[in-house]
Design a protein around this ligand. Structure first.
Ligand SMILES: Nc1nc2c(ncn2[C@@H]2O[C@H](COP(=O)(O)OP(=O)(O)OP(=O)(O)O)[C@@H](O)[C@H]2O)c(=O)[nH]1
Ligand SMILES: [Mg+2]
Length: 641
């Protein structure tokens, strides 16, 4: 029997029941003998101490089970918006997904955000309406809510008896299927009109799988992760309706690292999804010197050592010291842009005891490696700043620093994370053997504005004769190293924010050697000379062009009761928002507006009062804009410049 592999993501708004559902699936498939619970901290996938304590998922976790001839790798993801970066990385490695929606709360902000991302990436997705056993559960209303608020075609697969009771059950009911499927397929519609009985159950199921695979429709199951109701039907749906992974095991290896953790001995453990090819122990899949020292695959719930892994599955790799989350392995694949907004907040982090600075920085660097969307910036004057999605993440980082690294640290107030863009073109040069230059190197740099959201581009059009190749081995290594020094130097511009959306060109480069011509004679230049001189020249070039501080904008979508439109619009105007859209739908309104990220935070806090607790806010990154009102940044300009 040949085994298919399905890499399945479980996604949802916080608390919808992803971890409970994962646990229930593992139990139903016989992987575990007893169902653990989130509330008592005994589930398979919420395994971190902090997750068990708080009852929320913080990191994505992988588990596996077998359904018939399908090996399913389940990735349970966090739902809290502060941990969206975890979901971001996982999206690119999925064959299919289950989007969980609570039958009590219905569609929530994160539900919409995730559904949009899943559809953008064309990930075939089933929907599970969970918690049908809880008081107030209404699967019919939730289904209507899904169709209306997510704007997607849904195919109901089950019907709920006794909703809201412990005894609630979901039974298969696909009477609406022909109707849903013929809407998308005219050939099927013609057959249906000619002869209703031509659409056999088999035919409908194949058509449903085909439409699900191209995200034309989303099959909707209902049930309860708590009681297990409806879970069998969902499991059948996973194998019948979602496409298994395809990949060529003899092609060149092509994989993506989507998670990194530390093993028991502190070693780096990288999780890879292998799309093509085969990896063996002792391979060098990164092109560098690092070899794979051990490979593990999940087999019926347990990580099992193996000699090789082939296309399709998920494995852990040890021995690759330099890999980071998001890295491509083997045959290069263009890295996709992030699927969600970058963090818009930042806070300074300071050690509780002054002597702990170095340990704090090294611990933060390790955390950032597990999660590259967590930016850590070190600045001689300001200390260390961490970019953030929100307050819960801040608490989690603080607790992690203490528990895993033994470093007590405090965060200062959270502020908006701004950027600086060059205001024009700036150039500077420091030459060898001149009084202002304490280093043995000549470096010239020019900085100019790049397109918005283009990041930093570094160009090093330097001839090999002007690069100290006895230090850097090859010209490419020199160029890469210069690129790194420049990026490091751009961590903080004249106003203390990271400099971005610019092109930096190396305009001059010279080194000295003991027996060189007079202008280039001196102690042999070292890498440290180039590394240390770069920030000095960069700072001069930045001072020459000047920079514009820009703050992040948020585009918010507000779903509010119609009666609250007045108070909401007046709050939006106080917060200097631009209202782009107002749509009335019965006694509900949707308002779309753009405002600064700092004001969006405030709106978030004002909303419950303005809408009697009924309003829902969803916010997305909408680019950067020059700061108009520096006071919105709180300590930003005051203590930084
Ligand atoms: N009554 C009932 N409660 C449920 C059900 N599923 C989950 N819960 C409860 O809902 C809460 C959240 O469940 P989790 O499984 O942690 O939800 P999650 O989606 O994994 O949450 P995060 O990972 O933190 O986003 C817990 O208290 C669960 O016991 C269900 O089907 N019925
Ligand atoms: Mg969870």
């Amino acid at each position: 029997m040949s085994l298919r592999t399905l890499n399945l993501g479980i996604l949802a708004h916080v608390d919808a029941g992803k971890t409970s559902l994962t646990e229930r699936l593992l139990y139903a498939a016989g992987v575990i003998d007893a169902v653990g619970s989130v509330d008592s901290g005994t589930t398979q996938t919420d395994s971190l101490a902090l997750e068990r304590e708080r009852g929320i998922t913080i990191r994505s976790a992988v588990a596996s089970l077998r359904i018939g001839d399908t090996a399913v790798n389940i990735i349970d993801t966090p739902g809290h918006p502060d941990f969206i970066a975890e979901v971001d990385r996982v999206l690119g490695v999925l064959d299919g997904a289950v989007l969980v929606v609570s039958a009590v709360e219905g569609v929530q902000p994160q539900t919409r955000l995730l559904m949009r991302a899943l559809r953008r990436l064309a990930v075939p997705t089933l929907i599970f309406i969970n918690k049908i056993d809880r008081g107030g559960a209404d699967a019919e209303r939730t289904l209507a809510d899904l169709t209306r608020r997510l704007g997607v075609a849904t195919a109901p697969m089950t019907r709920v008896d006794r909703p809201g009771e412990r005894a609630a059950r979901a039974r298969p009911d696909t009477r609406a299927l022909a109707d849903v499927l013929t809407r998308e397929n005219e050939v099927l519609l013609a057959e249906y009109v000619a002869d209703e009985s031509s659409l056999t159950a088999r035919r409908l199921r194949d058509e449903l799988a085909a439409q699900t695979a191209r995200c034309a429709v989303h099959p909707v199951f209902a049930g309860s992760a708590m009681t297990g109701a409806g879970v069998d039907a969902l499991m059948a749906g996973l194998t019948d309706l979602l496409p298994a992974s395809a990949g060529d095991p003899v092609a060149e290896p092509n994989g993506r690292i989507f998670k990194i953790e530390r093993g028991a001995a502190g070693e780096k453990v990288a999780y890879v999804r292998l799309f093509d090819g085969t990896l063996h122990v002792r391979d060098h899949p990164t092109g560098g010197r690092d070899r794979i020292t051990a490979l593990h695959m999940l087999e019926r719930g347990a990580w099992t050592p193996c000699d090789s892994v082939s296309a399709g599955g998920i494995a852990t790799l040890r021995g690759l010291a330099a890999v980071r989350v998001g890295d491509a392995l083997g045959a290069a694949r263009a890295l996709p842009a992030h699927h969600f907004a970058p963090p818009m907040l930042e806070a300074l982090v300071v050690p509780a005891s002054p002597g702990d600075g170095a340990r704090l920085r090294s611990a933060l660097a390790q955390l950032a490696e597990q999660d590259p969307l967590i930016g850590v910036r070190a600045d001689a004057n300001l200390g260390t700043a961490v970019s953030l999605y929100g307050e819960v993440q801040k608490e989690v980082i603080r607790a992690t620093l203490l528990a895993e690294f033994g470093v007590a640290a405090d965060f200062r107030e959270t502020t908006t994370l701004c950027v600086e863009r060059p205001a024009g073109v700036g150039e500077a040069v420091e030459r060898l053997n001149t009084p202002s230059n304490p280093y043995q190197a000549t470096i010239g740099l020019r900085i100019e504005p790049g397109p918005p959201e283009s990041g930093v581009e570094v160009r090093v059009p330097v001839d090999y004769r002007y690069a100290p190749l006895y230090v850097y081995r090859t010209l490419d290594v020199f160029k890469e190293s210069m690129g790194e020094y420049v990026r490091d130097a751009l961590y903080a511009g004249p106003h203390g924010w990271p400099v971005t959306d610019c092109v930096v060109t190396m305009t001059e480069s010279r080194y000295s050697v003991v027996d060189g011509p007079p202008s280039l004679r001196g102690p042999a230049s070292t890498a440290a000379d180039f590394r240390k001189l770069t920030p000095q020249v960069m700072a001069q070039a930045l001072a020459a062009c000047g920079t514009v501080v820009c703050e992040p904008l948020a585009r918010v979508t507000l779903d509010i009761p119609a009666w609250s439109l007045g108070p909401v619009l007046s709050a939006l105007s106080r917060l200097q928002s631009t209202v782009a859209e107002q749509v009335a739908r019965g006694d509900e309104m949707t308002v779309v507006a753009t405002l600064t990220a700092a004001h969006a935070q405030r709106l978030h806090r004002l909303l419950p009062e303005a809408t009697g607790g009924e309003g829902v806010l969803e916010s997305a990154f909408a680019g950067y804009r020059p700061v108009r009102d520096a006071s919105t940044l709180r300590w930003a300009e005051g203590s930084r410049s």
